[in-house]
Structure formats: structure tokens, C-alpha cells
Design a protein around this ligand. Structure first.
Ligand code: ZN
Length: 164
């Protein structure tokens, strides 16, 4: 997203040349450039000690498909902290060995999704209100359950290759 008004003070932005970046929207009141930016999300392929993958079905939307745990990065949080928090919030599982795998930009939502793989002990899930169902699936089942051409499927496939 490219800013027209300053997100802090609401002043209309002008443009300022900032080094190699060229013309950047600039608030002369706050004296701050506002680089175009996207929403930052994390998505996680969580592997158990036996190589199963935790997938969820969410309670909103009409999609019956399984997906990976995902969520937005909060202000001041690292991507790794966000992965850890989201997995704990959504399925009640503590993860370790968080490893960056790949990213994907989603035009429609202007979301930049950072894909991670992580390890966890295969235990019973404690689901948040947003999650209808969670399952530990074998890699073959997980790949079948995920929607083709989804970031989740690409992330799981690449994580399997790198981790298993
Ligand atoms: Zn401002």
C-alpha cells in the first residue's frame, strides 16, 4: 500500500527523494518518510517428532479446507515471536526450532506472508474460538488436505523437503 496521508497526523504527504529509494511519500509535519508497505503475516508448518503436520480448519468463512496456522505480526514483534504466539493461541502447542522457509505476496489482501516451519511435541490441541478443528496429519495426507496453489501447500511441501 502506498500512503497518501500521514498515518500518524493525517497531513497530506508530499514526496521527498531519499537516496536510492527515489521519491518517497513524506510527511513534512512529522518529518518522516512513509515507505509503501504491506500487512505482514506469518504462516506455520508445525511438525511433530514423528513428522506429522498440524493443520486446522477455521470456524469462519465457508471454506471447508484445512489450512496452516497463520496470523498477523503485531507491532514491535519479530516474525519468529509472531509464529510462536499464533501457534500457541490457535492450537495451544508450544513450538521450537522455528525456521524460515519462504514468503508469498497476496495481492488481493496486500499481505506479505512469511512462511516458517517449526517443531512441536505431538500433543492434544487446545483450540481457540477461531479454530473449529485441528489434526496431526502425515505429510501425504496434509498435502492432500491443503488447497492446490495455496501458500500453505507450497510451504508444507518445501518444509517436508527441507526438514524430513
Ligand atoms: Zn505526519
Amino acid at each position: 500500500m502506498r500512503y497518501t496521508y500521514c498515518p500518524v497526523c493525517g497531513e497530506k504527504l508530499s514526496e521527498k527523494i531519499i537516496g536510492d529509494e527515489g521519491k518517497v511519500p513524506y510527511c513534512s509535519w512529522c518529518q518522516k518518510p512513509w515507505f509503501p508497505s504491506s500487512n505482514i503475516c506469518v504462516i506455520a508448518a508445525v511438525f511433530s517428532e514423528s513428522g506429522k503436520i498440524a493443520l486446522i480448519r477455521q470456524s469462519y468463512g465457508d471454506d471447508e479446507r484445512f489450512v496452516c496456522v497463520a496470523g498477523y505480526v503485531k507491532e514491535g514483534e519479530t516474525a519468529e515471536e509472531a509464529v510462536k504466539r499464533e501457534v500457541l493461541e490457535e492450537i495451544g502447542v508450544n513450538i521450537c526450532g522455528i525456521k524460515y522457509i519462504k514468503s508469498c505476496y497476496h495481492h488481493k489482501s496486500d499481505n506479505l506472508m512469511l512462511g516458517f516451519a517449526a517443531r512441536a511435541i505431538e500433543e492434544k490441541f487446545t483450540l481457540s474460538g477461531e479454530v473449529m478443528e485441528a489434526e496431526w496429519m502425515t505429510p501425504a495426507l496434509a498435502l492432500k488436505a491443503l488447497e492446490n496453489s495455496s501458500i500453505a501447500k507450497a510451504l508444507v511441501a518445501e518444509s517436508i523437503e527441507k526438514l524430513l
